[in-house]
Write a protein that binds this ligand. Structure first.
Ligand code: GLU
Length: 440
């Protein structure tokens, strides 16, 4: 069975960058009829916050990215300890003592001599007595001993990958304070939870190389890996600085519709055209990880608004009935109201402005040269209840009386009644104005 996971660290809100990771893993699992795990990577007790765990769930639920189960790394610490013990026993785990400053110095020396800044494995050469002394003085932490061979995998996006393990430092898996680091915890989880496909950002490529060796050392099955390119801003600039404003909750607050966001994210960076999907099932059906390229992917938040508008235009009343009722639109007018304004909103929040206009009337906009014309026209407004025929009948009468026609006839009336030079079909709008506004 296909098993994927989305593994956020609860140290912040989900933003457009990690949404892409979540979505791809979700779509792969759902398309295959498999399982999608929400894994909370909370081994860092200082930075992990419960409020972010709740926020992550809330954001995924808003998008309809439902998970089959939740796993929490903080509840699995003994599993990681057991794996560490196994690695220790097989001689693949060794204790080291360098401080960050010492490591930095080593790196600088290596670079000065034109060598790659790879950890020199000095810890391996320490005697037991030296280790005891260093441990007492500053505490030790643990690295995994990489086999210095080429690490290869067929990446679902990048293609054939080959990384020389000798060019990579032995990864630190346990810190001096005993905290298990992501690299080990993730491997133990992926192996024990039967994860078959891992999609994550291209910034994890080196991790993948080391994780493959750790999985093999622990006797696990290596999942299929795919690394998607990272998102940039519209000009190719790094998104990281703006991520705070591109969190899912910000986008939600700005009125972005889930399916608009998902449709864009499921195709951005893919060779397939972006199409707005209004149903999750269609998005799942059309997803193909093999269509994604490795070039950095440009993301422009502005693209989400035309998509949101398009999504809303296609919605039946049911999809907006609650918001419309909350505005105070009488139930019997809800359908007519929605039909009149649906093509003229970008987000749901715009409904309120239209209701204010219809219920309270707009501040008329009347150009100086139209003052007499508008006054004459208003006097001709049909008595009684207005219907969808009223606009036609009224403008015909006004034309007859004033001799105006075309734009010169319609536009001043539209501006006088709505305060705007664009908007819904006037013959549909007029009856709503009439029903709502008490006429003197
Ligand atoms: N917690 C890790 C992260 O957010 C998970 C990476 C992975 O998918 O393995 O970067």
């Amino acid at each position: 069975m296909t098993v994927t996971r989305f593994a956020p660290s609860p140290t912040g809100y989900i933003h457009v960058g990690n949404l892409r990771t979540a979505l791809m893993n979700f779509l792969i699992a759902r398309k295959a009829g498999g399982e999608f795990i929400l894994r909370i990577d909370d081994t860092d007790p200082e930075r992990s916050k419960e409020e972010y765990v709740d926020a992550i769930k809330e954001d995924l639920e808003w998008l309809g990215l439902t998970w089959d189960r939740v796993e929490r790394q903080s509840l699995r610490l003994e599993r990681y300890e057991a794996a560490a013990e196994e690695l220790r026993k097989m001689g693949r785990f060794y204790e080291v003592f360098e401080t960050p400053t010492e490591l930095d110095l080593k790196r600088k020396k290596q670079l000065n001599m034109g060598n790659p800044p790879v950890y020199d494995r000095a810890g391996l050469k320490l005697s037991d007595a030296e280790k005891d002394a260093l441990r007492a003085e500053r505490g030790g932490y643990w690295r995994f001993l990489l086999d210095q061979e080429r690490i290869e995998w067929a990446d679902g996006i990048i293609g054939d990958m080959s990384i020389d393990a000798a060019s990579v430092s032995d990864p630190v898996l346990i810190r001096a304070d005993g905290q298990v680091l992501y690299t080990l915890a993730s491997v133990v989880d992926d192996t024990e939870m039967g994860v078959t496909h891992v999609v994550r950002g291209a910034d994890h490529v080196t991790n993948t190389a080391t994780q493959i060796q750790i999985i093999q050392a622990l006797g696990g099955t290596v999942p299929s890996f795919a690394h998607h390119s990272l998102l940039t801003g519209p000009q190719g600039e790094a998104l990281s600085k703006r991520l705070g404003t591109l969190s899912l909750r910000d986008l939600r607050a700005q009125g972005v519709e889930p399916m608009a966001l998902l449709s864009l994210m499921a195709r951005l960076g893919s060779s397939e055209p972006m199409e707005l999907q209004t149903e999750m099932a269609t998005l799942i059906e059309g997803f193909d990880i093999g269509q994604f390229g490795t070039a950095p992917t440009k993301f422009d938040v502005a693209d989400l608004f035309p998509l949101t508008a398009k999504y809303l235009h296609a919605q039946p009343l049911d999809a907006v009935a609650d918001e419309i009722a909350a505005l105070g639109v009488p139930a019997e007018q809800a359908d007519a109201f929605w039909n009149v304004v649906r093509e003229n909103i970008e987000t749901r929040a715009d409904l309120a402005g239209w209701w204010t206009l219809l219920s309270e009337g707009a501040e008329p906009v009347i150009d100086a040269e139209d003052t007499a014309f508008v006054a004459e026209a208003m006097a001709l407004l049909p008595e009684g209840e207005l219907t969808s025929d009223s606009w036609g009948a009224w403008t015909a009468a006004v034309k007859e009386a004033t001799g105006r026609k075309g734009r010169g006839l319609f536009m001043p009336l539209r501006k006088a009644l709505t305060g705007m030079s664009h908007g819904p079909d006037m013959s549909a709008l007029l009856p709503l104005l009439q029903v709502i506004k008490a006429r003197g």
